[in-house]
Design a binder for this molecule. Structure first.
Ligand SMILES: NC(=O)c1ccc[n+]([C@@H]2O[C@H](COP(=O)([O-])OP(=O)(O)OC[C@H]3O[C@@H](n4cnc5c(N)ncnc54)[C@H](O)[C@@H]3O)[C@@H](O)[C@H]2O)c1
Length: 367
């Protein structure tokens, strides 16, 4: 049985990847800073990826056939904690690449990246393809793009999966305080490509089996998931019985025709990824129906309070709250002010990834 080492196994996506890898026939070794939420019958090894020795020990112990690297400090936590973000998203990834080269050089490395690597994208922009040039302007997107390029140059067999906006019927609003202002910092007209967590996990596990060496694949739901942020926000707020806060509480783009003012979410061409990995099962309508069913009781309690909650939420918005700011030219400008990001945490940069090599299935006999 092939062994898969999965980082970030206790995270929103990783929790589902544990099961998806198991169903594809892998012997899974899960690792994270905490075992919380990982199944008791799955081997768990505690490891802080910022500790190079610990990572070397872990990979030497497990000697995996596949490394699935899900761990990260995600946006907007990366904005509130830029040093930690750099240490984990760059340092941690480098440690894992180095340890894999030393102890499991034949392993296939699946890196979980993000559409943030593309950089800002407005509603007028065309659908993104994996070979499009990238211009990330925030630390998170820059770190994802940099880690992809390190992996591409490492000599390991590898692929990067750029995920869209992952949504989970059970996990609507992460606990970290950085999410509260952030909800308002993405324009309601921002194109977003959603995907159900289970489909994202299916894609990741399939990549561990198919091993599309050298590819960057775009992982979003089917075409029903290409939506403006307004719709995805309405789905979530509506499911728990809340109306959307007033439009003015959300970022208004100073010059909507200039894409640098928008956030990094985008609509993606997922056809190549779907052809290789066959992961798109949950439509947007099916997701919303399940979401509403899941939160039925909460919705009945919350609906009468909706106008008051909506007003209270607008107070947390950086655009209408006590310390309201006027939107500047780019979302990153606003992020720097709201999270007090020190200068030079992200620098402008562009890159065009190399075209993917011809696909050569490894035929390892896994389902
Ligand atoms: N959630 C999304 O919408 C989304 C979108 C695009 C890409 N992604 C990517 O998918 C992956 C999983 O995201 P998620 O939503 O599950 O994030 P998450 O924050 O829920 O999980 C990340 C996990 O990484 C772990 N981690 C952080 N620092 C670590 C360290 N020093 N050592 C070991 N583990 C550490 C955390 O404990 C956590 O369990 C990430 O790489 C993320 O960038 C997520």
């Amino acid at each position: 049985m092939a062994t898969a080492l999965l980082t970030g196994a206790a995270g929103k996506v990783g929790k589902y990847v544990v099961g998806a890898l198991g169903r594809r026939g892998f012997d899974v070794v899960a690792t994270d800073l905490t075992p919380n939420g990982t199944p008791a019958d799955v081997r768990f090894e505690l490891c802080d990826l910022t500790d190079a020795n610990a990572v070397r020990r872990l990979v030497g112990l497990v000697r995996p056939d596949v490394v699935v690297h899900c761990a990260a400090v995600v946006a907007p936590v990366s904005y509130a904690e830029p040093d930690l973000s750099e240490a984990v998203n760059l340092g941690g990834t480098q440690h894992l690449i180095d340890a894999t080269l030393s102890h499991a050089p034949d392993a296939f490395f699946v890196f979980i990246s993000s559409c943030a690597a593309f950089g800002p994208c407005g509603p007028q922009d065309p659908v993104r393809h994996a070979t499009d040039p990238c211009y990330p302007d925030d630390n998170y997107g820059l770190q994802k793009l940099t880690a992809e390029s390190w992996l591409q140059q490492s000599g390991l067999r590898q692929c990067s999966l750029r995920l869209g906006a992952v949504v989970d019927v059970h996990d609507l609003m992460p606990r970290h305080s950085s999410y509260r202002p952030f909800v308002f910092m993405v324009s309601l007209d921002q194109p977003e490509h959603g995907i159900d967590t289970r489909d994202a996990a299916r894609a990741i596990a399939a990549a561990a089996v198919v091993q599309p060496d050298g590819h960057v694949l775009l992982i979003g739901g089917d075409d029903s998931w290409r939506l403006p942020a307004r719709q995805l926000r309405k789905d979530v707020f509506g499911a728990v019985g809340l109306a959307l806060p007033p439009e003015r509480a959300f970022r208004q783009i100073p010059n909507p025709t200039n894409n640098t003012g928008w956030f990094y979410e985008c609509w993606m061409d997922t056809s190549n990824a779907e052809q290789l990995l066959q992961f798109q099962r949950v439509t947007h309508d099916a997701f919303v129906a399940e979401l509403r069913q899941e939160h039925r009781a909460q919705r009945m309690l919350t609906t009468p309070l909706s106008p008051a909650v909506s007003r209270a939420l607008a107070v947390v918005s950086p655009y209408t709250g006590k310390k309201a700011i006027t939107p500047w030219a780019t979302t990153w400008d606003d992020i720097c002010r709201v999270y007090d990001v020190p200068p030079n945490v992200a620098r402008a940069r562009s890159s065009k990834p190399p075209p993917p090599p011809p696909f050569d299935p490894p035929g390892r006999g896994l389902r």
